[in-house]
Design a binder for this molecule. Structure first.
Ligand code: MG
Length: 293
């Protein structure tokens, strides 16, 4: 178990995304997030990589509570929905190149994207950092397909196995993690709103098979320093509703309770460069403009 200070230092060195967006948002983001990547020491268990967090408001659980029930496993129906992009979508990845993305370098630097592209997918490789869209977004519908490749080092378990994430505005994470037979704390698994809610059920497929996320994200609204509307997130995971317009407590936080920090109405989307390996394909996004628009 990492102590808080060591965790924060390791996380800041390994995952610069929040630092990057803090400068974009002209705010003073001071979040910590998930455990640092790297090969876990021998003997590390599936629940390790995170200390126990604070009491969650409105719930009986603490952040990363080991006693919180695991989501019930459900076998999704076939075929898994994997639609091509509709005509009003922005295609973020069509299997060919990373032209819609920047890399997120250490210390918040914007770099060339370093993820591997082959065979119609892109892959988070060790040390490649996060990917950040060149465009910014607010309210959106997002489709993304992902898998943890087979052959991942068997010593990597829990948060160290296939960890990535879809992070709206670079601040609000939907967890990506090997989730078929890779136990971890319930609010840190695939389909979890990290540190707040596990998915209602777990329809994750075995490693090597492609999962789909169909997400709706409603951006928070601020009036200068005041939050006037929180963010909401909805997820269909392999066609099953597992997060239903969940009100977010704030920016994704590893251990302390999430809080909001004011930021612009649109910010880039991030794919998290965490412990990996993880592969993504067929990524498209639609701006939600509301009725009569
Ligand atoms: Mg993650």
């Amino acid at each position: 178990m990492l102590n808080r200070r060591l965790f924060a230092r390791q996380f800041a060195a390994a995952v610069p995304t929040l630092t990057t967006l803090a400068s974009v948002a002209k705010g003073s983001q001071t979040q910590t997030q998930q455990a640092a990547p790297g090969t876990p020491p021998a003997g590390r268990g599936p629940m390790d990589g995170s200390p126990l967090g604070d009491q969650l408001p409105g719930q009986k659980w603490r952040v990363h509570d080991r006693t919180r029930p695991q989501p019930r496993k459900v076998t999704p129906g076939r075929p898994i929905p994997a639609p091509s992009a509709p005509s009003d979508a922005i295609v973020l990845f069509d299997g060919k190149d990373l032209s819609k993305w920047h890399g997120g370098g250490r210390g918040g630097a914007v770099t060339e994207p370093a993820w591997k592209v082959e065979n119609g997918y892109m892959e988070l490789v060790a040390g490649a950092g996060s990917l950040i869209t060149k465009d910014s977004f607010g309210d959106v519908q997002l489709h993304v397909e992902w898998t943890t490749p087979t052959g991942t080092d068997a010593s990597r378990v829990g948060q160290f196995r296939g960890n990535s994430g879809v992070i709206f505005m670079g601040l609000y994470e939907m967890q990506v993690l090997s989730g078929y037979d890779n136990p971890t704390y319930a609010d840190g698994g695939a389909g979890a709103i990290y540190g707040v809610y596990p998915p209602m059920v777990n329809p994750c497929l075995p490693e090597g098979q492609w999962n789909t996320y169909d997400l709706v994200f409603e951006a928070p609204k601020f009036d200068r320093d005041k939050l006037v509307k929180p963010a909401y997130m909805t997820l269909f995971f392999n066609g099953l509703l597992v997060q239903h317009r969940v009100e977010l407590l704030g920016t994704t936080s590893h251990e302390p309770i999430a809080v909001y920090t004011p930021h612009p109405p649109e910010l880039p989307l991030t794919l998290q460069g965490h412990a990996g390996p993880a592969r993504f394909r067929n990524i498209w996004i639609r701006r939600l403009t509301g009725y009569d628009a």
